[in-house]
Write a protein that binds this ligand. Structure first.
Ligand code: B12
Ligand code: SF4
Length: 594
């Protein structure tokens, strides 16, 4: 073990903690809900003033009495929990970046950083900053770099190791920024793993660490730990993995696990005890919970289990707000009554309001994140052939439209991601996606459409593939798709605050000043369409944009009729639209014996 260096006059009087955990400020704040962090992941640092004006207090964080962080992202909390299996609580602390000097001292052997998106090179983040002219510096990335710079300049730096983990660690590996950021090791995987603990042991002994360590994901639900302190936005894990096997997806590489209800509830109560009024269950698809490794395929949701879980959460004393994270759209077609029952339960506690869309008396809405990705069946077959199960991927546009209809009818207005510039994407594929977007508009449906440029994510089956790399490479059709989505998002009154701020910042003026050089000529007409300065119909007549064509799609009854008879047993008759020849399970025995 190394000797302690002399105590600096500015260092912590007690010599600091042995293990100090932290996260970038912009990922740790528990202020104003999910959108602020998503905005800071997407807006370039020069637009920070927009956030400051809207949320002047966003930097004000809460502390415990000892100066440690009152809340931290769930990832940090689990690293803390994992370490506390082996180390004493006064050896480990989780603090905000500005408080590092209070805890990093001569005793410190490890500074561990958890990060979601440190360099902004992931999807739906890089693209927007690059449109505005600086692909590497979204606000969140600026603050992450600031954190790493602070750690690098610590007078005790030679005496401790810097270990990074979390869903954004791969960005450091892929950009090889270890030296620049002063990172010794990036851990890929969960902190619960025995290998992670072994790594910390080595770091504490002052041993050399590998640059990258891949650790195993737990396979049993009981191996997953839960926070017993407060997490940012009250995030509590609900599931890991997904099961639909989209080729571009990282979380789906993890085992499909739904976590035990009693542990989820304990973590919810722990959050409330520590002052959190908001809860959000982290998941890739909330609808698989209660149906993992049962006799029913996971894509037929377990209505009773879900209603019971969410009911207990929103009715926990102290929970004033509840926000959904991710889900898929096919379950809305499979079980519309489930959506209705969940709406009845969850709308009263939703902090989201859509005054022009919601039929709820207080205009409340639910807005989970759902992947739409493409309207091209050809493309969908290649990259996400099971995305719409139990329905065939051939019916993907119908599943999207019918699912969105059911969701909208129940005041769910999801944020839906689209991938632009998939490897091998042709003009025809983009036209089909534009057709679907126009069809959403034509049917008066609403989703907040978030197009992003294809990003090959590490370890996925598309890791080595290349799509569009820069906004200049986008075709006129791809630009039209992006700008049409944003135009629809900004329909009056139907938006979150940051979209119009970011996009209306003088769209034409910006184009004249900067964007036309940056994004190239293909951007021009789509931007005029977006600005509304020339009517879309006129641009279509001028042949400057693609007009889109009406789609013939299946309604719910037709989609249900397209299911294989072996799947009929999992349908719920109270949803109606049952296939011809369907016999309810309780009648089957009678029919067989008659
Ligand atoms: C909740 C959530 C959010 C929330 C809140 C985030 C927060 N600050 O708490 C919001 C909505 C704000 C958000 C925003 C974004 N998110 Co997000 N988010 C999630 C979600 C659903 C859960 C994250 C979570 O808390 N999980 C539970 C914790 C326990 O898991 P964990 O953080 O991974 O931690 C484990 C391990 O990583 C490891 N670990 C973590 N830290 C450390 C540190 C060390 C030292 C070690 C050893 C280990 C370790 O141990 C933990 C378990 O024990 C995930 C999907 C998922 N299921 O993970 C997506 C996810 C992480 N988000 C993603 C993305 C892309 C984003 C955005 C860029 C989207 C956007 N364009 O706006 C932004 C970026 C935000 C930012 N600040 O920069 C992607 C990341 C893809 C990738 N691999 O790069 C994911 C995986 C979603 C997806 N389906 O692809 N997100
Ligand atoms: S549905 Fe979503 S979470 Fe599931 S595999 Fe596809 S992209 Fe991943």
């Amino acid at each position: 073990m190394k000797q302690n260096p002399p105590v600096s006059p500015n260092g912590p009087p007690d010599g600091g903690r042995m293990i100090v955990l932290t996260a970038p400020l912009t990922e740790a704040i528990d202020h104003a809900g999910y959108f602020i962090q998503m905005a800071m992941a997407s807006l370039p640092i020069w637009m920070e003033g927009v956030i400051n004006r809207k949320y002047p207090k966003w930097r004000e964080v809460e502390h415990n009495e000892d100066g440690s962080a009152r809340y931290m992202p769930a990832g940090v909390r689990l690293v803390e929990k994992s370490l506390l299996r082996e180390y004493r609580s006064d050896d480990v602390v989780a603090c905000f970046p500005d408080d590092l000097d209070k805890f990093v001292g001569p005793r410190t052997r490890v500074v561990a950083v958890s990060t979601h998106n440190p360099l902004g090179v992931t999807f739906a983040a890089g693209v927007y900053t690059s449109i505005f002219g600086s692909s590497k510096m979204p606000i969140n990335s600026h603050y992450s770099r600031q954190l790493f710079a602070k750690i690098k300049s610590s007078p005790y730096r030679d005496n401790f190791k810097v270990i990074v983990g979390g869903s954004g660690g791969w960005q450091i590996i892929q950009t090889n920024t270890y030296e620049e950021l002063s990172v010794d090791c990036v851990v890929e995987g969960r902190s619960e793993s025995a290998d992670t603990l072994e790594l910390f042991r080595k770091a504490i002994q002052g041993e050399e660490l590998p640059r990258r360590l891949d650790v195993k994901h737990p396979v049993e639900r009981d191996e997953i730990l839960f926070p017993d302190t407060r997490t940012t936005f009250g995030v509590v894990e609900m599931t890991t993995g997904c099961g639909r096997r989209c080729k571009f997806c990282v979380p789906d590489l993890n085992p499909q696990i739904d976590l035990p209800k009693e542990k989820i509830m304990e973590a919810v109560r722990a959050n409330v005890r520590n002052g959190n009024k908001q809860i959000s269950l982290a998941t890739e698809d909330m609808f698989i919970w209660g149906q993992v490794h049962t006799d029913t395929p996971f894509y037929f949701p377990n209505r009773e289990a879900l209603v019971d879980l969410y009911s207990d959460i929103v009715n926990t004393p102290g929970v004033e707000q509840h926000v959904l994270s991710h889900c898929t759209i096919a379950p809305a077609v499979v079980d519309p009554l489930l959506i209705k029952q969940l709406s009845d339960l969850m709308l009263p506690k939703s902090p989201i309001h859509f005054p022009y869309l919601s039929t709820h008396p207080e205009k409340k809405a639910l807005a989970p994140l759902i992947g739409l990705e493409t309207g091209s069946v050809r493309m969908a077959k290649q990259i996400m052939s099971s995305k719409g199960v139990p329905f065939s991927i051939e019916d993907w546009p119908s599943v999207v439209l019918e699912g969105l209809r059911v969701l909208n009818e129940n005041n769910w207005f999801p944020a839906m991601t689209l991938i632009v510039g998939n490897p091998g994407e042709t003009d025809h594929d983009v036209m089909e996606t534009i057709d679907l977007v126009y069809e959403i508009e034509r049917r008066g449906l609403f989703a907040f459409l978030i197009p992003s440029i294809f990003t090959p994510l590490h370890d996925t089956r598309m890791e080595k593939e290349e799509g569009v790399r820069q906004t200049r490479e986008l075709t006129p059709l791809q630009w039209q798709l992006m700008m049409k989505c944003w135009k629809m998002n900004l329909r009056p009154g139907q938006y979150s605050w940051w979209g119009p701020m970011a996009w209306r910042v003088g769209s034409i003026g910006m184009w004249l000043y900067k964007l036309r050089r940056l994004n190239g000529p293909n951007f021009t007409w789509p931007l005029w369409m977006f600005s509304g300065a020339i009517p879309e119909k006129t641009l279509q007549r001028m042949g400057k944009i693609y007009p889109g064509k009406p789609m013939k799609t299946k309604n719910r009854r037709e989609l249900i009729a397209s299911l294989k008879p072996k799947d009929w047993q999992y349908l719920r008759a109270d949803n109606g639209d049952m296939p011809a020849g369907y016999v309810p399970p309780q009648m089957q025995f009678a029919t067989q014996t008659a």
